[in-house]
Design a protein around this ligand. Structure first.
Ligand code: GCB
Length: 615
């Protein structure tokens, strides 16, 4: 996406104002698909009201609203003060899922594809200054094989559309993240890149400020780095540079120290723009089978998560973000993966503050459709591997953009230690190779810090069949031995099968760290059983114990992230009991029995568990 001052995280400063437009907005499902023809861009007519931000699905009491697929419309009014005239005025959406078109006072001013990243609509020419303005957003939540996340949209006999996700989470949608009205200077900072470097006990911060400057203007960029007490530790002039940080305090796992980096733009001594990022001094590196943070080996203890909660669906909730971090601290975790899409910006800000390590995942989930292919095979059609599909070139374009935009948004967070570029793609065909190469190259090109890249490897991809693993800097395995494979009474055989798979990976001599990014068992928080059965709380503990026994036996396993942090909503079906129940916590964020077992284990493992010096 073109860099604009409005895409930077919205902060009010001496030069910028960010005003929340969140609240109750008018809302209407476009069940007849007539919104455009009927001119809803000028006002959506008789409508309901719902909270923004939130997913719209779980407020209503009828199934058609919950399962609705198609266009949906939002409307609100906002006031633009007269003194904003002459400024850049934008509306910034944290996300509109999965796509949105924005109209202000009847004029279309922006379109955006992709439901998990921010975009901004320039309203300067359309705004009514000193008066009221009508904001209308047409959202759409259809799924396809050319957009992310991947799925399909079918038509029901009565004409309704139905979303068919190729992924295991509910297709929540709507205006799910905060909306803000921004007033920004015309001559503005459009980007700031920070690269921390460590050398012995010395630390440096390389920086680059990008600006949007009207032609011929003489600008001066300045940078100030402040410590947590607000004292200036170093200052610099110029749009680029390398700063030595005196007496550096490093950003460490669960012991974060943040420097505030102010970028300012001046003309003849007059301040035109200012903006800041909180940055941490830390390095991330893969060396052999070790993941190194600040040159020290770190073992990931954590979770795969979802943005998911009662009533709000995938909607932004600071309360849930806070509770989740408290639970992760309580249980002795140090990391999580933003499965299966980039989360709200505020999640990363809290991870920065709390010293959590984040594997930041692109919304590239569902690049696998064996089930559909299986039906085709029964019907006598040839199975088409996912990466052989005709839709691939278009999907790749969407994917590259999603990766580039995710990295542009999240590149300065000290908490982000790696990019996960896919979840469980069907990576066993030769045709996956050029696709993977393009996506992995794009991530490297986009990231000033050149962080490690990875993807989560599905069960069916094995040491001898995965074509994608060659691109990963470290290997992330999603494995369900003891659940989908050899579950229940067969758990002893599952253990043998897991060991034999790991022996296979070992024999490949990849000399890379491995992490388990998913393992676990569905568990009903009300079910106890002696002896255990699948779904009981006792069995969840047994499944975790079995996995951990195996992980502990292999030195190259350098991390364990249980699936999942909390129970979450999925589409209905015979394999899901009102959602996925693999949570260590319930959807209401209360512990299952396994949480106490896991707390014990996690607290007993040192942060540098299995480091060479520890073996
Ligand atoms: C997986 C997927 C995750 C599912 C999980 C499960 O492999 O990555 O999205 O929710 O398995 O529980 O089946």
């Amino acid at each position: 996406m073109k860099k604009t001052a409005a895409l930077l995280y919205p902060r009010s400063t001496a030069a910028r104002q960010a005003v929340s437009l969140d609240g109750m907005w008018k809302f209407r499902l476009d069940t007849q698909g007539s919104g455009i023809v009927d001119g809803w861009k000028d006002g959506i007519g008789p409508a309901d009201t719902i909270p923004v931000p939130a997913s719209f699905q779980d407020f209503f009491t009828d199934k058609n609203s919950r399962e609705y697929t198609g266009d949906f419309w939002y409307e609100t009014e906002f006031f633009v003060p007269p003194e904003r005239k002459g400024k850049s005025v934008y509306i910034r959406f944290g996300s509109v899922t999965h796509r949105g078109t924005v109209f202000v006072n009847g004029a279309e001013i922006a379109r955006h594809e992709g439901g998990f990243l921010p975009f901004a609509a320039d309203i300067a020419k359309r705004a009514n200054y000193g008066g009221s303005n009508r904001l209308v957003v047409k959202g759409n939540n259809e799924l396809s094989e050319t957009n992310l996340p991947v799925g399909r949209t079918t038509s029901l006999p009565d004409g309704r559309k139905a979303a068919k996700p190729y992924f295991d989470f509910f297709n929540y949608s709507g205006i799910q993240r905060p909306v803000r009205l921004l007033a920004l200077p015309k001559t503005a900072i459009t980007d700031l890149s920070l690269i921390p470097r460590l050398n012995g006990d010395k630390a440096e911060l390389e920086y680059a400020v990008e600006t949007l400057v009207e032609t011929g203007e003489e600008m001066e960029a300045r940078l100030s780095v402040l410590d947590e007490e607000g004292r200036i530790v170093v200052e610099a002039q110029g749009a680029k540079g390398v700063l030595a940080i005196p007496n550096p305090r490093l950003w460490k796992v669960r012991d974060a120290y943040l420097y505030r980096v102010w970028a300012r733009l001046y003309r003849n001594g007059e301040l035109l723009d200012e903006w800041y990022e909180d940055s941490g001094l830390r390095t991330v590196e893969i060396r052999g089978t070790e993941l190194l943070l600040n040159g020290e080996s770190v073992y990931l203890k954590g979770f795969g998560k979802h943005e998911d909660a009662d009533l709000i669906g995938r909607g932004y909730s600071l309360a849930h973000i806070k509770r989740d971090f408290e639970l992760m601290k309580w249980i002795g975790a140090n990391s999580f993966r933003t499965s299966h899409y980039p989360y709200a910006e505020e999640v990363y800000l809290m991870a920065d503050r709390e010293g959590f390590l984040v594997i930041d995942e692109a919304p590239a989930v569902g690049l696998f459709d064996t089930t559909n292919n299986a039906l085709d095979t029964v019907r006598g059609k040839k199975k088409v591997p996912f990466f052989d599909k005709e839709t691939l070139p278009e999907l790749l374009e969407t994917h590259l953009k999603a990766v580039q935009d995710m990295i542009a948004r999240d590149k300065n967070h000290p908490s982000v230690i790696a990019w996960s570029l896919f979840n469980e793609p069907e990576d066993t065909s030769e045709t996956a190779i050029p696709y993977f190469k393009a996506v992995f190259d794009a991530a490297l090109d986009s990231d000033p810090q050149k962080r490690p890249r990875t993807f989560a490897v599905i069960m069916f991809s094995r040491p001898d069949t995965s074509k994608g693993c060659q691109f990963s800097d470290f290997i992330c395995l999603n494995r369900y031995y003891g659940w989908y494979v050899l579950g229940g009474c067969d758990i002893d055989i599952a253990e043998q099968a897991l060991r034999s798979e790991l022996d296979g990976w070992k024999a490949q001599h990849l000399n890379k760290p491995f992490m388990f990014t998913e393992y676990g068992a569905d568990t009903d928080s009300g079910l106890h059983k002696l002896p255990s059965v699948q779904w009981s709380q006792e069995y969840q503990i047994e499944a975790l114990e079995m996995n951990h026994r195996v992980f502990d036996a292999y030195d190259f396993i350098k991390g364990e992230q249980v699936w999942a942090f909390a129970d979450f909503q999925t589409g209905e079906g015979i394999h899901r009991l009102d959602g996925n129940k693999k949570g260590i916590f319930t959807r209401q964020r209360q512990p299952k029995a396994a949480a106490f077992y896991l707390k014990n284990r996690r607290e007993s493992l040192p942060e540098n568990y299995k480091s060479r010096s520890n073996i």
